[in-house]
Design a protein around this ligand. Structure first.
Ligand code: SF4
Ligand code: SF4
Length: 184
């Protein structure tokens, strides 16, 4: 999923994604609200249309509320094409920030990843900044869902704004408000 490898990573035995695509199979990818907007823009769809076509709301168990995930039509993620992510440059935060999105010990992380993953024999990057950003994005998404129950872009917009503020994504905010900000 990640692609920021380097010669230094190899020399130091640090985690470097091999782009094998194994972790893009057999799992559901959670979405933060800003992921939905970013993916829909990239695919040239309106956010609500993208959501109904490509996403699903589901609860992990009966004690949790339903949250958004990418829809899966088979074993692999709908965006995996010949082991390449079709949405690489705008991929969901859960993919982009991996392994900082998996909490717990190194053993726990390795147990969650495929046996072929580079993480099984290299050190994971522990990026607390990415972890905080991911946590905040998912918490704001959960707050939105506790209030509105389902995705509607019109309602989600102020929550997306909060996530983008947290990420300091000026580009994202500019796109979210378009001309409204430019005129103020
Ligand atoms: S969005 Fe891309 S990186 Fe994430 S699971 Fe799908 S194919 Fe893999
Ligand atoms: S399984 Fe590991 S090495 Fe393969 S794409 Fe996923 S993160 Fe990269």
């Amino acid at each position: 999923m990640r692609s920021n490898g380097s010669m230094l990573n190899k020399m130091e035995g640090r985690f470097e994604c091999k782009r094998c695509g194994a972790c893009c199979k057999g799992r559901d990818v959670p979405l933060a609200l800003d992921d939905i907007l970013r993916l829909s823009e990239f695919l040239g769809m309106d956010p609500d249309g993208f959501f109904s076509e490509c996403c699903v709301e589901m609860a992990i168990d009966e004690n949790t509320m339903a949250l958004p995930f990418l829809k899966r039509y088979g074993e692999a993620c709908q965006f995996l094409d010949d082991n390449i992510c079709r949405v690489h440059f705008v991929k969901p935060s859960a993919c982009e920030y991996m392994p900082s999105t998996i909490f717990g010990s190194l053993e726990h992380l390795r147990a969650r990843m495929p046996s072929s993953c580079a993480i099984q024999h290299t050190k994971p990057e522990s990026d607390e900044r990415l972890r905080r950003i991911y946590m905040a994005s998912m918490m704001i998404t959960a707050i939105y869902y506790s209030k509105h129950g389902t995705f509607k872009f019109r309602l989600a917009r102020p929550f997306i704004y909060r996530i983008l503020l947290f990420k300091r994504s000026h580009e994202g905010i500019r796109k979210l408000f378009g001309n409204e900000i430019a005129q103020n």
